[in-house]
Design a protein around this ligand. Structure first.
Ligand SMILES: Nc1ncnc2c1ncn2[C@@H]1O[C@H](COP(=O)(O)OP(=O)(O)OP(=O)(O)O)[C@@H](O)[C@H]1O
Length: 262
């Protein structure tokens, strides 16, 4: 499934070039480039319908772009994926540790693993996301924040080189969302996994982002936060005045209504 560029670059886990996608006859993405370095956290940021999920599906290899190429990790290194809006049946007889076990790719880990080793690998993934305390609880009965941790454990249990996370902060309260952001930062520091994460809002993620791809109107502004999260760059991308505001130690991006209405 991976498509290789002619020259492999050790400084990049995933590289996309010239990605264009049309859905239902309409352009969703046009000429988007993205590099994901090892151990980096890259944010795909944009409003509803901006194309974040579409780009993530292209990066994952489950949606073929109209044009463009993606170089992704080979199968042995692997990709972990947590899709948007997974609803876990509260009545399903699945414990958190069962969900994590389902994420094991035996071939990649050099299976066969004995029962004890299998349990050890699952326990380790649960511990890494702070889910040991509810490892034996039914997943459907866990809170949104707890379920997000279990899904992360599911995604990392095969020790992928790359994690793709679609809106992991959506539907979490601000404290749980901040806890998940801290967890992502710990995961990449401890294991060197690269993480691509989508969000509507940059504010919570910004402190841990190495790179950002802002999506609007099918186009992307890509670079370090210092390069992209600027009035001029975002105003050009959105084709309307945008303003980056610092308040209470956080960064907010808002449409500059005052200028728009002037
Ligand atoms: N299967 C499809 N057929 C036609 N149009 C689609 C299809 N899937 C998505 N779209 C359209 O593509 C655009 C991008 O959708 P996408 O889900 O990638 O956006 P998003 O940025 O992830 O949005 P959200 O934040 O709401 O999840 C939207 O206009 C959507 O309506």
């Amino acid at each position: 499934m991976s498509e290789d560029f002619p020259h492999r670059d050790p400084d990049v886990v995933l590289r996309a070039r010239g990605i264009a996608v049309r859905l239902g006859g309409a352009p969703v993405l046009e000429d988007v480039d993205l590099d994901v370095p090892p151990g980096a956290i890259v944010g795909l940021i944009g409003a509803n319908g901006a194309g974040k999920t579409t780009l993530l599906r292209v990066l994952l290899g489950i949606l073929r772009p109209h044009s463009g190429r993606v170089h992704r990790p080979d199968r042995r290194a692997g990709i972990g994926y947590v899709p948007q809006k997974i609803s876990l049946d509260p009545h399903a007889p699945l414990r958190a540790r069962d969900v994590v076990m389902l994420g094991l790719d035996g071939a990649r880990l050099g299976i066969p693993l004995g029962r004890g080793r299998l349990r050890g690998v699952v326990d380790e993934a649960l511990a890494r996301v702070g889910a040991t305390g509810f490892a034996d609880a039914r997943v459907g009965e866990l809170s949104g924040g707890q379920q997000q941790r279990v899904l992360l454990a599911h995604a990392i249990v095969s020790r992928p080189a790359l994690l793709l996370l679609d809106e992991p902060l959506a539907s979490l309260d601000p404290v749980s969302a901040r806890d998940v952001v801290v967890l992502l930062d710990e995961l990449r520091r401890q294991s060197g996994v690269a993480i691509v994460v989508t969000a509507h809002d940059l504010t919570l993620l910004l402190p841990v982002l190495d790179r950002v791809a802002y999506l609007a109107g099918g186009r992307a502004a890509v670079g370090t936060p210092a390069e992209v999260v600027r009035d001029d760059v975002l105003s050009e991308l959105y084709r309307r005045p945008m303003r980056v505001i610092e308040a209470a130690g956080r960064t907010f991006v808002v449409a500059d209504e005052g200028v728009t209405n002037a």
